[in-house]
Design a protein around this ligand. Structure first.
Ligand code: HEM
Length: 467
């Protein structure tokens, strides 16, 4: 029996809950089936623990925007919490430590956006290496996966640590590999079993791999922190880590800012800024290569707007409605973080008339907004018309929430949007991306995880004549 007025859902069995009713490899289709049966707010039991799923624009807005604070918590008893030692910002519960760290990140990222060495310069700096890499493949086919993952990692590494790594650097490739592996493990079958059955948690099962990966990454960030402490000049920050160390000096021992926090905090931001942007870029180029007419129309608009200009700037987006529409459509179809990051309720509350007690696990299914019927002209196909009005102007429907919404909304949205725009525009301006003749039909179905990943593919690179 569910508690009185709790969201409905399928009957559960003792101990296992509803877990046998889900495909643990990729439950997204099951979640959609359950939404059709039980409505936009329903519940499932993962073992003995209830989880409330939020679907569709109306329910999502009520929870994340109207009742933002009431839904701003994070669960603290899951696999992901154990792997990250309950530090950092992404999984921090709603409270003063999370607030201070979120505010600090937003402020510091904003400050790096200004001035001489601006975020745009940093991104263009990295794009030069991407161009070099692509130039080596002209006339040939290449798999863009490592390149985009490393480019995204480098952009955020520059901000955090003031440094970048070559794309064949073994060390950073190992870190990125840990990120991509953990993004699959974090909500994969073993994590689901770990969360549902606490008695198996200390057993040597495959979920141990995720702990090992965090350990490897922690070594990496701790080493960089030591280097920073040894070389910094207080009050003259070179990067995010220096700013944090300055802030620690300023605050003294207030219990919120500490070195132990810092090493997981930078890891959080490094991870969040790598596996998201890169998978979105990979989705984008998969579609550019297989929808050549859309690629060409973007190139015409880019040529016209950038006519004679050396580099694209983020402001140019206002004169590129079609390119803007395409990039947003790429994000919509990529559905990069399909179940957002899980929330909890911070107090007893109500949603769409149902009663939800404090501390309930909340799963915002963002997928159901990005393809919701009635919200999009073409919910189930790749079509930039989804973001264009009858006059060909760019419009952003309300259901476009790949970064979530409200209090816990992605704090890297500004950076991510700038990266996507500058990288896509610069590369489409210079190169033509072609689906290889012998590659067969493209498979657009992504691999499930905390982030959705396009299946590995290769594309042929040509240099464009008109630039
Ligand atoms: C296309 C790229 C990206 C997508 C689609 C994306 C999406 C998301 C989503 C859905 C959430 C969960 C929000 C919630 O719980 O309601 C999130 C949180 C977060 N993202 Fe992003 N993200 C992207 C890029 C980035 C970048 C570049 C950074 C680095 C600065 C970043 C840092 C974070 C952080 C720190 C959080 C946790 C915020 C909190 O709990 O307060 N993300 N992101």
């Amino acid at each position: 029996q569910r508690p009185k007025n709790f969201p409905p859902g399928p009957t559960r069995v003792p101990i296992l809950g509803n877990i046998l009713q889900l495909s643990l490899d990729n439950p997204l289709k099951d979640f959609e089936r359950l939404r059709k049966t039980y409505g936009n707010v329903y519940s499932l039991y993962l073992g003995s623990k209830p989880a409330v799923f939020i679907n569709g624009l109306e329910a999502m807005k009520e929870a994340l925007v109207t009742k933002a604070k009431e839904f701003a918590g994070r669960p603290q008893d899951l696999f992901v919490n154990d792997t990250t030692d309950r530090k950092g910002v992404i999984l921090a519960d709603y409270g003063p430590s999370w607030k201070h760290h979120r505010r600090f990140a937003l402020m510091t990222l904003r400050n790096f956006g200004l001035g001489k060495n601006s975020m745009e310069d940093r991104i263009h700096g990295e794009i030069k290496y991407v161009i070099k890499k692509l130039e080596k493949s002209i006339g040939k086919t290449m798999s863009p996966k490592v390149m985009f993952h490393n480019a995204s990692s480098n952009i955020i590494c520059q901000v955090l640590f003031g440094r970048r790594y070559e794309y064949d650097d073994k060390f950073i490739n190992m870190i990125v590999q840990c990120f991509t592996e953990n993004a699959k493990l974090a909500n994969g079958p073993w994590a689901m079993l770990y969360d549902s059955f606490p008695m198996i948690r200390s057993l040597p099962l495959p979920f141990r791999r995720a702990f090992k990966n965090v350990e490897i990454c922690q070594k990496f960030s701790k080493q960089l922190l030591t280097e920073h402490k040894n070389t910094r000049v207080p009050g003259e920050p070179r990067d995010f880590v220096d700013c944090y160390l300055d802030e620690m000096n300023k605050r003294g021992e207030d219990g919120f800012f500490s070195e132990a926090q810092l090493s997981m905090y930078v890891l959080d931001i490094h991870f969040a800024g790598t596996d998201t942007t890169s998978n979105t870029l990979l989705t984008g180029f998969l579609y550019f290569a297989t929808f050549p007419h859309i690629q060409e129309r973007c190139q015409q608009e880019i040529d016209k707007v950038l006519n004679g200009k050396d580099l694209a700037s983020f402001d140019d987006r206002h004169n590129m409605p079609y390119v803007q529409a395409v990039i947003h459509e790429v994000q919509r179809i990529a559905n990069t973080v399909p179940l957002s990051v899980f929330h909890t309720t911070t107090q007893d509350t109500e949603l769409m008339g149902y009663t939800i007690p404090k501390g309930t696990l909340i799963i915002p299914n963002l997928t159901t907004l990005l393809n919701e019927e009635g919200q999009w002209k073409f919910p189930h196909e790749f079509n930039p018309e989804n973001f264009l009005n009858d006059q060909g102007e760019f419009v952003k429907p309300e259901a476009f929430m790949p970064f979530s919404a409200g209090t816990r909304m992605c704090l890297g949205e500004g950076l991510a949007r700038m990266e996507l725009f500058l990288i896509i525009v610069t590369l489409l301006r210079k190169f033509k991306f072609i689906w290889p003749e012998d590659a067969g039909k493209p498979d657009y179905t992504p691999v499930y995880g905390v982030t959705l990943t396009p299946r590995p593919y290769s594309m042929k690179i040509l240099l464009r004549e008109t630039q």
